[in-house]
Design a protein around this ligand. Sequence first.
Ligand SMILES: [Zn+2]
Length: 131
Amino acid sequence: MTDACATCGAPVRPVVSERAEPRLNRTAWAVETRCGACGAAEVVDGWGEPPEDVRAALVARDGLTRLTVDPATATKLRTVQALRHVAATSIPEALARHEELITTGLTGRPAPMELLADLLRDAGVAVVVRP
Ligand SMILES: [Zn+2]
């Protein structure tokens, strides 16, 4: 992910970040650029799903994590509610992801997976997160 400084046009390398905010039940992302030539700084940020290029840059740098749950504690009601909250998915989509969670595990960027794990733990589901 490269860009040009909005002030002087010199090439800049944006730094992407994403974090879970469990107390606020959301993820937050940011793209920060600081120009080495003129010193201009810019931050673009938001909540929820980042734009496609930001998602790609996050995955390229951080990779994906895998989240699995203990099927004994993961009722469909619990997981579907948490999945719909984090990913704003439809019920059929959330049900498909529930199957992934209790079998192979669900992969995703670390921050959304962390938020999902947190919601699932709050709902009484035993969760394992690994790289
Ligand atoms: Zn500049």
